[in-house]
Design a protein around this ligand. Structure first.
Ligand SMILES: [Zn+2]
Length: 55
């Protein structure tokens, strides 16, 4: 997982996980820029983050 804000590699496990419709959502906090973001993933669909990646 990479931070969508600063592109740092994040190896930590998400500190929160839940379901949103059919998506599984993981909430990460970037240790580098301190920004929190959600990562959405669903089988057969491309994973995305909010905010969206800039890279
Ligand atoms: Zn970051």
């Amino acid at each position: 997982m990479r931070c969508p804000v600063c592109n740092a590699e994040i190896n930590e496990t998400p500190f929160k996980e839940w379901l949103f419709n059919d998506y599984s959502v993981s909430r990460y906090k970037c240790p580098k820029c301190d920004y929190s973001f959600n990562a959405y993933s669903k089988e057969g669909k491309e994973a995305y983050t909010i905010p969206k990646r800039k890279f």
